[in-house]
Each structure stands twice: as C-alpha cells, then as structure tokens.
Write a new protein. Sequence first.
Length: 327
Amino acid sequence: MRVQLLIEATRPLVPAELPEPRPGPGQLLLAVMACAVCRTDLHILDGELAQPKLPLVPGHEIVGTVVEKGSDADRFAIGDRVGVPWLGWTCGVCDYCKSGRENLCDRARFTGYQIDGGYAELTVADQRYCFAIPAAFGDVEAAPLLCAGLIGYRTLRLAGESERIGIYGFGAAAHIVAQVARYQGRQVFAFTRPGDKAAQDFARSLGAVWAGGSDEMPPEPLDAALIFAPVGALVPAALAATRKGGTVVCGGIHMSDIPSFPYRLLWEERVVRSVANLTRRDAEEFLALAPKAGVTTATVTYPLAEANQALTDLRNGVLQGAAVLVP
Ligand SMILES: [Zn+2]
Ligand SMILES: [Zn+2]
C-alpha cells in the first residue's frame, strides 16, 4: 500500500510502499477514504512530541471503510464507514480507565504517533476506538470531526455552562466549536492573529458575534475562553479578558511556555486548565450532536502524495478550514 512516511523528526515525509497491514484480535482493517491533517502532526514532525514510533505513518483523523475484521471484532460489519481518532488504544484496567477518564490512561497509545495512522491507503484500528460516521457527512467533510471536532468539543464541554465564549486561534477546531457553541445558544468571540482580517471574516461568517486580534479586549468580559493556538502568551491574555470565576481551557497538546503573569489575573477564582485527548463519551456525544447542530466543515483537499504541501500550508496559516488527504 502507498503511504507517506516519517523516517526522522524534522525531515519531510517520504512516499513509500508498505506491505498491507493485517487486523489482529479486536482490530479492523480499514480502506482509508480521507485523513485530515492536524496541528499535532506538525508537533510530531517537528520533534515537539517525544519518541514517536519510527518510521511512522502519521494521521489521526481517519475516515475509512471496514474491509476486514480481526477475530472478536464484532462492533462493525464489512463495508461500514467508521472514524478513527487520536486516542487509539487504552489498557482498560488502570484507575483512569476504570473511572471514565480513559483519555488519561497510564498506557494510552495514540494514532499516527505510537500506532501507524491514516496517511495511507489502508490502516488498522482497535474497534473500541472506531466510531460510526453520521450519514449527513461526506468522507472528506467528516475527517476533521475526528480531532478538531472531538477535542474541540471536549474543550467546550470543560468550559461548563458559560454563555460568552472566547476562542483564541481560529483554525480547524475553532471553526467547528463555534458552530456547536452557537447551536447551544452561546455567544462566540473570536480572537485571531492581530490583523488577520480574513480569519476574522471567516469567524463572523460562522456566527461569531465579535472577531478581533488576540491583542484586543472583547467588548464585554468572557465567561470562558478556549485556546487552540499553541501560544503560551495567550493564557494571560485570555485570563485578562475573562470575568471572575471564569475558566480558560487550553485545547492543544503542545504550547510554547506561558510567560509569568501577575496573580491578579488568576485571582477571583479564575481557572486555567488543559484538555488531554478524548474519551469515547466525547466521541459519541459529539458525533450525535454534529448533524443536529448542522455543523459543516471547511476543507481543502490534497492527494495523499501532497501531504508535505498540506503540512506546509497548515504551518503557514494559509488555510481556512482543515487540510484533508485523500489516497
Ligand atoms: Zn488505562
Ligand atoms: Zn489532532
């Protein structure tokens, strides 16, 4: 099968031909229909996430069709369309797994990082971490739901019942979360790179009541802020824009150092927290909600062979929506 392979961090991907993988017990062999490109892929390529499997097939927002089932793989039928997210395997027996916090599993393994992912024609996935894709979405449209959507949804969920939500970094996750938040009757305030008028217009087109630069203050204090850009300096900026008792949720897996800031920004019971990975509950809730909320995804499609170009375009911030590879 054709794949795009990471041989060593900080090097471009190389095209390669690998033997077809076989599904083991509880696993599914999937024909990849689409795989979205995530900022986390860049963090892996750049060596900011330590010790990936090497060589590695990246990609953790996979939409595929079941073509073969391993023994005891009974959750899906041949021909079913499923999605595969970042969390690819959990132990099922640690304290975190047993308390519904499998996203924190001590032995968790991740798709496109420690397990070969979807920059390929075929992939193998643990059926426990495969999810039915709602019929309302095409293959390409659905791919960004699997990370930008799921982890974005968890980020929003951990912001609680807040009405006025600030979103810092208006990329793939934000554009999905904004639609869900609006459906839930919340107000979205979008913060982009200063002067990025195109991103601000894009945010307004998705229902943001206000859009401006991350160096600006919103017209009224936020109840909560979600940070999707990997920029530590946004944490004190978001705290300054958030009212008493509000929460700032960091949705990314990697962030530059957070600069020191005066205690008064945290004072009055403001909370800063992170989001790690996702649970199956997040996936099931979000995939049921997305069609009801009328979520649409903006995508830019690339052939699998142009994976490096897709990554470059994501890095340069020239995409409005999610890059999606199609084998
Ligand atoms: Zn576990
Ligand atoms: Zn991701």
